[in-house]
Structures are given as C-alpha cells and as structure tokens.
Design a protein around this ligand. Structure first.
Ligand code: AMP
Length: 220
C-alpha cells in the first residue's frame, strides 16, 4: 500500500499515518518529523531550515524532495509500501513526488485527505502546544500555516480526485473513529486493481491546474 496524506496542520496526519503504517507494515515517512529531527540534532540542514519551521513557512522544495527520494529508495528496498505524511504541500511537490514515484515504480495508490475546519485544528494545535512546546504551535504561526494550506496545498486535492485515487475522510471526529474509517477505506482500495499510471496525461492536467491557480508552470 502506497499512501500520501494531505491535511491541514492539526488534522491528525501524524497519528493516522502511524496507524496506517502499523496496519500495513510499511514505513511512515513524515517530512515535518524528519526536518524537526535535523533541527534538534543541529545538523547543517537543521540550521538551514529552522527559520522556515519557526515561521510556519515551507522549506524549499528541493530540500524536502531530496529527503523524500532517499526515504522512498529505502522504502523500495523494504518492500515498496509507504505512508508519506506532509508532502506534497504545493503543485510543484505533487509533480515531483509523482515523477519520483514513476521513476521508482512506486506512485501512490491513495491520496488520503483529512478534512477538518480551521477552528477545530487551531483548538487542537493550541492544546498540543501546552504539551509539546513546538516552536510553530503559536496562534500567529498556526494562522500562517493554515493560510498556506488553503492557498497552496488544498487546491492539489482535485488532481488526486480526477486521477481516481482520492479518499477523503471527515477528521473532525475522535481519532479512533477516524482511524477505523481510514483503515476500512484503505483496505477497500487495496482490494481493487490499481489505476494504470498515465504520466503524460497526468502531468499535463497538473500543469493545467497550476495555471488555474495562477502558479508558475513547473519546468518540464
Ligand atoms: P508538519 O509536521 O507536517 O506540520 O510540518 C512542520 C513544518 O515542516 C511545516 O510548517 C514546514 O515548515 C515544514 N515542512 C514539512 N513538510 C514540508 C514540505 N513538504 N514542504 C515544505 N515544508 C515542509
């Protein structure tokens, strides 16, 4: 099973990503976790990205894509399944993730969208702030992360819907209930034949989507 997750901050990507990984015995690749780990270890990469995380901005695409490529190569050696949590965040990353998937023969089977409204995710993130002290769980930075999600990330969802791999779940409910529904939906997706990738058509449609949202057309 190969899953990528798209959700606003605080919708439960981390929790549900872990659950899916355990259920299917596949690695959970969380870009935010990988980046925070670099920051905590004060690696060169960590020092370079810390400001982006603290401000709630996106880290430059190439940094994230290099990390993801490396993690997917490791996932391929481990059987080929994965849960990608936190990427894609924009149309360029969606395109690159699809191209890396094509190159490795492991494009996503499912794009899982966790749907939750701003008031609920803000409440959850502020509650988490009291426990975890993440630098980006302040009211101001949460607002910035949500604005980016609505402007740049959520427009990608319709591309996955058109490709027939979107599963959208109401994530406003308690985590256990959401998790049960996700696993039932993913088990059903796993049982059906995977759609055959049509890279030229898919990439052309993604470019059209980028135009529609006024995003610069990705270089081909
Ligand atoms: P998350 O743990 O998914 O909420 O991500 C925390 C932070 O890591 C984000 O606010 C970004 O600064 C950074 N980040 C995580 N994933 C990406 C990505 N795919 N592209 C750019 N920045 C990312």
């Amino acid at each position: 099973m190969r899953v990528l997750m798209i959700a606003p901050p605080g919708a439960g990507k981390g929790t549900q990503g872990e659950l899916i990984a355990a259920h299917f015995g596949i690695p959970h690749i969380a870009t935010g976790e990988l980046l925070r780990d670099h920051v905590a270890r004060r690696t060169g990469l960590g020092l370079a990205v810390q400001g982006y995380l603290d401000r709630g901005e996106f880290v430059p695409d190439q940094i994230v894509l290099d990390m993801v490529r490396e993690a997917l190569i490791a996932a391929k050696a481990g059987g080929g399944g994965y849960v990608l949590d936190g990427i894609p965040r924009n149309i360029e990353q969606a395109r690159a993730a699809y191209e890396i998937g094509l190159e490795l023969g492991m494009t996503a089977d499912v794009a899982l969208h966790l749907d939750a409204d701003d008031a609920e995710v803000t409440r959850r993130l502020l509650a988490r702030a009291a426990l975890e002290h993440r630098s980006d769980d302040t009211a101001e930075v949460i607002a910035q992360r949500l604005a980016l999600y609505h402007q740049v990330t959520s427009p990608i969802i319709c591309w996955y819907r058109d490709r027939g791999i979107l599963v959208s779940v109401d994530a406003m409910r308690p985590a256990q209930q959401v998790g049960r529904e996700i696993l039932a939906d993913l088990d059903a997706m796993a049982a059906r034949p995977a759609p055959v990738p049509a890279p030229e058509r898919d990439l052309a449609e993604l470019a059209t989507l980028a135009d529609a949202f006024g995003v610069a057309r990705p270089a081909s």
